[in-house]
Design a protein around this ligand. Structure first.
Ligand code: ADP
Length: 233
């Protein structure tokens, strides 16, 4: 069965002082884990925030499951911001209850299982947790929703390599085959094994994209090597 694209940009324009996107076009299919990869300032966070409905386009449009970002689209999008945004005064038990109330697609038992696996004290207030642990908790919350589109902005940047593996396995384990994950990261070698597709973004333009395995077979290199080659300073 063919599903319509989960995320589409049509002649999208967005600028701050200078343009970030100018007549940008993109179509992301359902059922893929897609790496959004590019150097600093290429527009990754801006694109993710536009899709999450936190920024509005200046021109053109961005569509989530065929509709413009709104309350309804936010109901099918699970967004992990680049910075921690958890309520610091809560503990993770309270956080899970809060998410249950807020998101009808939130799976509390999945969140509890991950909190247990990562040996996070459910009674400890968020503000007392280390930076890396806060990141883990935030990612657990985001991945415990049954969303259609997950937007993960640098999900593993602050966590140690061993936990990265757990988190990536967790992403795969909990991921529904009809959902799409758009994941931005600099840690390409770490995420490469879990990605289906990739997008190389440079100055607000897709300069290369495709299926990771096919691309790497043809190019006879890893995605990490291809990235370094593409964006060599
Ligand atoms: P990336 O996530 O790939 O590092 P960003 O989307 O954060 O890139 O930034 C893209 C461009 O937009 C950069 O040139 C950045 O300086 C600029 N930019 C991002 N946010 C703002 C802002 N709030 N005000 C002004 N310029 C911004």
């Amino acid at each position: 069965m063919n599903f319509p694209p989960i995320l589409e940009c049509k002649n999208l324009g967005k600028r701050y002082e200078a343009p970030v996107f100018d007549r940008f076009n993109l179509s992301l299919p359902c059922g893929k884990i897609i790496g959004l990869l590019g150097p600093n300032g290429s527009g990754k966070t801006t694109l993710i925030k536009l899709a999450a409905g936190l920024l509005t386009a200046d021109s053109g449009e961005i569509l989530i499951g065929g509709i413009r970002p709104c309350e309804k689209s936010k109901g099918i999008v699970s967004y992990l911001p680049e910075r921690n945004s958890l309520p610091e005064w809560m503990n993770t038990e309270e956080l899970i209850a809060f998410f249950c109330e807020f998101f009808s697609d939130f799976d509390a038992s999945r969140a509890q299982e991950m909190i247990r696996d990562l040996q996070i004290n459910p009674k400890a207030r968020i503000k007392t947790l280390s930076k890396g642990t806060k990141e883990k908790v935030q990612l657990i919350m985001v991945m415990s929703r049954n969303a259609r589109l997950y937007l993960l902005d640098e999900p593993i940047g602050g966590v140690d390599p061993a936990t990265r593996d757990y988190i990536l396995r967790t992403i795969i384990k909990n991921y529904q085959p009809t959902s799409t994950i758009l994941l931005s990261t600099h840690l390409i070698a770490d995420v490469e094994p879990v990605l289906d597709d990739f997008l190389f973004l440079k100055n607000g333009k897709i300069v290369r994209s495709g299926n990771v395995k096919e691309f790497c077979t043809v190019q006879e290199c890893t995605l990490d090597e291809a990235f370094r080659r593409e964006f060599r300073c």
